[in-house]
Design a protein around this ligand. Structure first.
Ligand code: PLP
Length: 385
């Protein structure tokens, strides 16, 4: 009787999960596997944020909250959008979700009709096309190249606009490319959205993790066209707390709230109070972010230099905590290359296959420098150095 729905059957199992389970299996066999595949900070959640959560539990903040989040948090997010991003979203134009992932999911379900085309710069985070397709939309990849620093070319975008195009998904700083889109490009993309009446969903999850580049919110150029998504996971090392949020036109936020009211209700009350502290105790949070940011930058520099020296061409990304390395020197097929890196060097990386990054694998540098050195040593051995 348990025939899976067409929807469930259409879901692609994530390549990240496949690598992680193979790595776990090798570990169970007693092998010393290093994971470079994770998408989360290795830092602990800062103490002032944890303390606020403990206080919330002790004070009985353990009940349902409004679907869109506690008013104090929506107020703090509204203030954050204004302070950090120059965006004006009133508190009732903001909603709080169980992770940025749910904000994106709700947005696609609130906005897409069957057959609506959604432009997604590639290489992309695997969940965008999957979520878009689940919502009935049609993902359309817009290629970017390592030689071009994975910058999105507005002309490439324009060339793929059809009468069915409804939306553009942007992720800057980006996973897996680390690309930070230059302001003049964002401005040109915003103009395209205005000219063709498109929605921009801007995923700014990695906004604080930039190295010498400036993060600009595209919503400042096209406020009537942009839904901005963000969250606590990457900025405050809070992946397990599941706390995300979005700001956008009130009618869209209301539709997202309606969807959420029939699915998950509200984000965890305790996580909401923790996120409130992260935003309100702004100076302590800013110190944490800067510490993490400069550590990531040092790791990025070491990893990129090391990979290039080994003959695995790797552009220097300006943001997030990932690099895409060209592994054709190991094997022309990235799945095979990732398998060899795992089986021979015992390093878990993610093949670029599902990111639309052929011939490349993704390594996360959310790990300490000593581990990065060891990974480079192992890859050197694999390459016969
Ligand atoms: N967006 C991007 C680009 C991501 O890489 C991730 C997490 O890996 C998310 C969104 C979702 O983050 P969360 O649901 O933990 O807020």
């Amino acid at each position: 009787p348990f025939t899976l729905s067409a929807r469930a059957q259409s879901l692609k199992p994530s390549a990240t999960v496949a690598v992680t389970s193979r790595a776990l299996e090798l570990r169970r066999q007693g092998l010393d596997v290093i994971s470079m595949s994770v998408g989360e900070p290795d830092f602990d959640t800062p103490p002032h944020i944890k303390a606020a959560a403990i206080r919330a539990i002790e004070n009985g903040r353990t009940k349902y909250t409004p679907v869109s989040g506690i008013p104090e948090l929506r107020g703090a997010i509204s203030a954050k959008f204004a302070r950090d991003n120059g965006l004006s979203y009133a508190p009732d134009a903001v909603t709080v979700t169980s992770g940025g992932k749910q904000a994106l999911f709700n947005a696609f379900f609130a906005l897409l009709n069957p057959g609506d085309e959604v432009l997604i710069p590639a290489p992309y985070w695997v969940s965008y096309p999957e979520m878009v397709a689940l919502a009935g939309g049609v993902p359309v990849a817009v290629p970017t190249t390592p030689e071009g620093g994975f910058q999105l070319d507005p002309d490439e975008l324009a060339a793929r606009i059809t009468p069915r195009t409804r939306m553009i998904v942007l992720n800057s700083p980006g996973n897996p490319t680390g690309a930070v889109f230059a302001p003049q490009r964002l401005r040109a993309i915003a103009e395209l959205a205005q000219r063709h009446n498109l929605v921009i969903v801007s995923d700014e999850m990695y906004e604080h993790l930039v190295y010498g580049a400036q993060h600009v919110s595209i919503g400042t150029y096209a406020p009537e066209h942009t839904l901005t998504v963000n969250g606590a996971s990457k900025a405050y090392a809070m992946t397990g707390w599941r706390l995300g949020y979005a700001g956008g036109p009130k009618a869209v936020i209301a539709a997202m709230n309606a969807l959420q009211s029939q699915s998950t209700s509200n984000a965890s009350s305790v996580s909401q109070y923790a996120a409130l502290a992260a935003l309100e105790e702004h100076e302590a949070t800013a110190r944490f972010i800067e510490e993490a940011r400069s550590a990531y930058q040092e790791r990025r520099d070491r990893l990129v230099a090391g990979l290039n020296a080994l003959g695995l061409p790797t552009p220097t990304p300006q943001g997030a905590f990932y690099v895409l390395a060209d592994t054709t020197a190991i094997h022309p097929d990235e799945l095979e290359a990732a398998r060899r890196i795992l089986d021979v060097a015992q390093v878990a990386v993610v093949p670029g296959t599902d990111f639309a990054a052929p011939g490349q694998v993704r390594l996360s540098y959310a790990t300490d420098l000593a581990t990065i050195e060891e990974v480079l040593r192992r890859l050197g051995t694999l390459l016969g150095g």
